[in-house]
Design a protein around this ligand. Sequence first.
Ligand SMILES: Cc1cc2nc3c(=O)[nH]c(=O)nc-3n(C[C@H](O)[C@H](O)[C@H](O)COP(=O)(O)OP(=O)(O)OC[C@H]3O[C@@H](n4cnc5c(N)ncnc54)[C@H](O)[C@@H]3O)c2cc1C
Ligand SMILES: NC(=O)c1ccc[n+]([C@@H]2O[C@H](COP(=O)([O-])OP(=O)(O)OC[C@H]3O[C@@H](n4cnc5c(N)ncnc54)[C@H](OP(=O)(O)O)[C@@H]3O)[C@@H](O)[C@H]2O)c1
Length: 409
Amino acid sequence: MSYVISGDCCSDASCVAVCPMNCIHPSPGEPGFGTTDGLFIDPRTCIDCGACADICPVDAAKPADRASAVDVQLNTAYYAERPALDGLDLDSWEPPNFDRWSDGPRRVAVVGTGPAGMYTTREFLQRSTAEVTLFDRLPVVGGLARYGVAPDHPVTKQIVKTFERIAAHPRVRWRPNTEVNVAELEGRYDAVVHASGSFESRRLGIPGEEAALTAAEVVAWYNGRPGARAVALRGPRVIVVGNGNVALDLARLMTADDRRLAGLDLPAQVRESLAGVTEVVLVGRRGPDVAAYTASAFREVEHSLGIVFRHHVTPAAWDHRGLTTLDGETIAADSLITAIGFTGRPIPGLPFDEVRGVVPNVRGAVVGRPGHFVTGWIKRGAQGGIGVNKACARETVRTVLTADVPQPA
Ligand SMILES: Cc1cc2nc3c(=O)[nH]c(=O)nc-3n(C[C@H](O)[C@H](O)[C@H](O)COP(=O)(O)OP(=O)(O)OC[C@H]3O[C@@H](n4cnc5c(N)ncnc54)[C@H](O)[C@@H]3O)c2cc1C
Ligand SMILES: NC(=O)c1ccc[n+]([C@@H]2O[C@H](COP(=O)([O-])OP(=O)(O)OC[C@H]3O[C@@H](n4cnc5c(N)ncnc54)[C@H](OP(=O)(O)O)[C@@H]3O)[C@@H](O)[C@H]2O)c1
């Protein structure tokens, strides 16, 4: 199933900016933009991530099974005569609008192969003659697109195939299983772009928290991330603290019925543990009107019988009896998972903003460290879906290529 844009489309193209696959057309600058009856989604390349629906100001983007048959047909028809492009689109080369590197190809290091690192690499390939060396501590590219996106969203995970094609480009050297440090890159590259993400779970700071599970460890475990520890998830009732999309991912998976779990690519022990959970209590410290989850994520759980939403509840302590709240109530549960967002880890040799959990930067240029740049979650904090890293990468690469690096006064 793909997403579809209806006749209500206002053509403001905010969806084009966040689409991870560039599968919405005509986009600004393309023939037909502004004259066609709205924009259309290519069903052959859509990865079903919902980013277009979440950003659309007029609610025109919908899953195909919620759209009218006419809208589905119109989206399909728009692409009938057009070749299927995907986010890769590496054959086009955009002449750079800078002359900093015009005297010959340069060497760039990109550290981290999640969405931000891969979109950054793609930008360098398209806009310059640079040769890119890609490093990751993991054996495969993809970052959280591979080991974060929930296993019941296999179509979204397919974006990893696009990233693999970028890594295989003749101007890219791919160095898996390589944890690099700033010192060893010094002097070897014309620019180093850090794309190491922010996958450290934030802490609640309540007594007993050390006996609870974090979203980072549960997500790494059920996605089979190399090096992930086995998690002792005990049911039947689990409390998840947080009201973001990750909390909803956890709740949806833990309450999936056995038949649905059986169809997913999960290690046997994970499937068994998930099947032992029958009820998830989602605890939010604020109300549903300001919940952090997106509409498309909520739609996936709105009819789930095993999920109980509790709002305006502030956790105070966790022990074997359950979660005690600031109001003195104890919500009995067998496991507690904190899903209250993520923060970055300092990169030795670079400055770090402990409050925001990011490397301080100006449009991607690391403050006080010429030659070093950041992109993705380590640049802007742990916010935004896969496609948001596309514009973020474009900004950083532009900064690298134009040397347009304003330093704060
Ligand atoms: C649980 C979860 C589920 C999500 N699901 C979705 C979804 O369904 N749809 C969606 O649109 N968005 C989703 N997101 C958001 C999306 O994953 C992020 O926007 C995106 O992954 C951020 O990209 P990044 O490249 O900055 O970081 P990451 O994806 O975390 O990539 C960072 C990479 O850097 C590597 N690395 C780190 N340190 C080093 C080092 N020192 N040396 C070498 N390599 C290093 C890591 O191994 C990793 O591969 C999800 C996020 C989470 C946490
Ligand atoms: N399908 C997708 O597209 C998808 C899937 C997963 C993740 N993502 C993206 O990845 C990013 C990270 O998601 P996330 O869910 O980890 O983070 P998030 O969206 O920042 O949500 C964090 C949640 O934790 C709550 N929280 C924070 N501190 C708390 C505390 N001390 N006590 C109680 N609750 C607390 C927040 O409540 P307050 O609002 O009150 O602060 C919020 O509900 C988001 O941008 C998300 O959209 C996207």
